[in-house]
Write a protein that binds this ligand. Structure first.
Ligand code: UFG
Length: 339
């Protein structure tokens, strides 16, 4: 059937895959604030329906081509922001097939549908995990990519697929390599909500709330000033903003590219815990444990390229603000028992 023969809606929309997940739901909020028409797809295997605060929601798996075809048929999709993926490093080490299957296969089906319906622009959720052990700090986009886990490998495989699809004239893409996404929407109505939770700031705040007895620091014998790992924490709403700027750039220029998203400032695990004590005013018991396999000592981004080419200007760079917003969310969550 020819593309023109499909009956489609009349408003041009942005398709957000994984829009019920952590970064997807925050980007959705930013898009809704801009009065964009949004279609959300999520299979709710990791995400939460309560986090989809607007748009038209479809629950389904990206790998299901008939399902995806229906979504493209029923809506006039103009652009895609693609978050849907498994994203836990540790889990990916245990089940690499599931990671390649979900992340890579889901993207192949999506790209196939985009091609079929003539949709050109895609902003892709990539990760600092594509770099592996860094060669130098701060990390630049042109540095070597050598992932140390299947999660990073699956994202890098997708970046390469996007590059070749662009080369073939099928799509234009911007891949955003996030460093440590953290914080929550200022309203406190959505935030980081993983099960199981493995990320540092939520675990610290759950300890402050008494949900956990203590936080275990994964190693204090790294070659860093206080011996604990250093990361670049970036507010989730700054990441959301970068997706919108990337989309604007694709719409304007159709030029593909890859950009790091970080603050360019590193904080050690101990510094994050100290800052969380200040913000929450609570005691946060700590225990030193073994190193977590695969953790590089230091990961800090250079985001100069995103600042120059996307006009990205992170607003919430202060670690205290990032933890404050996350704290607001964690308290809301515990008091309203969301879920
Ligand atoms: N950490 C602890 N104790 C915990 C949890 C974490 O000490 O209970 C430490 C980790 O060892 C690490 C730091 O806190 O040094 C941050 O850990 P996170 O799990 O919060 O985040 P990662 O840096 O491991 O992961 C991030 C992204 C991934 C991405 C990865 C790239 O969340 O998506 O960077 O290395 F793949």
């Amino acid at each position: 059937m020819e593309q023109e023969n499909y009956h489609r809606g009349d408003k041009m929309a942005i398709l957000v895959t994984g829009g019920a997940g952590y970064i997807g739901s925050h980007t959705l909020m930013a898009l809704l604030d801009r009065n964009e028409e949004v279609i959300v797809i999520d299979d709710l295997s990791k995400g939460h329906e309560y986090a989809v605060k607007g748009g038209k929601f479809y629950c389904g798996d990206l790998r299901d081509e008939d399902f995806l075809d229906t979504v493209f048929q029923q809506n006039e999709i103009e652009d895609v922001i693609h978050f849907a993926a498994y994203s836990l490093v540790g889990e990916s080490m245990k089940d690499p097939i599931a990671y390649y299957n979900n992340n890579v296969k889901g993207t192949i089906t999506l790209l196939h549908c985009m091609k079929k319906y003539g949709v050109k622009n895609i902003v892709f959720s990539s990760t600092a995990a594509v770099y592996g052990e860094p060669e130098h700090i701060p990390i630049l986009e042109e540095d070597n990519t050598n992932p140390t886990n299947p999660y990073g490998e699956s994202k890098l495989a997708i970046e390469r697929l996007l590059k070749w699809s662009n080369n073939a004239g099928d799509i234009n893409y911007i891949a955003l390599r996030y460093f440590n996404a953290a914080g929550a929407h200022e309203s406190g109505s959505i935030g980081e909500d993983h099960d199981p939770e493995t990320h540092l700031i939520p675990i610290i705040l759950e300890t402050a709330l008494g949900i956990r007895e203590k936080i275990i620091i994964f190693g204090d014998d790294y070659d860093t000033p206080d011996g604990t790992c250093i990361r670049d924490y970036i507010h989730v709403m700054d990441i959301a903003q970068a997706h919108i700027l990337a989309l604007d750039k694709l719409r304007r220029q159709g030029r593909s590219g890859i950009y790091n998203l970080g603050n360019g400032a590193g904080f050690s695990v101990r510094e994050v815990i100290e800052k969380a004590k200040e913000v929450t005013g609570r005691n946060i018991p700590v225990e030193i444990g073994d190193r977590r396999p695969g953790d590089p000592a230091i990961l800090v981004a250079s985001s100069e390229k995103a600042k120059e080419e996307l006009n990205w200007n992170p607003k919430y760079g202060d670690l205290g603000k990032i933890i404050e917003d996350a704290w607001k969310w964690h308290r809301t969550k515990i008091s309203s028992d969301i879920n």
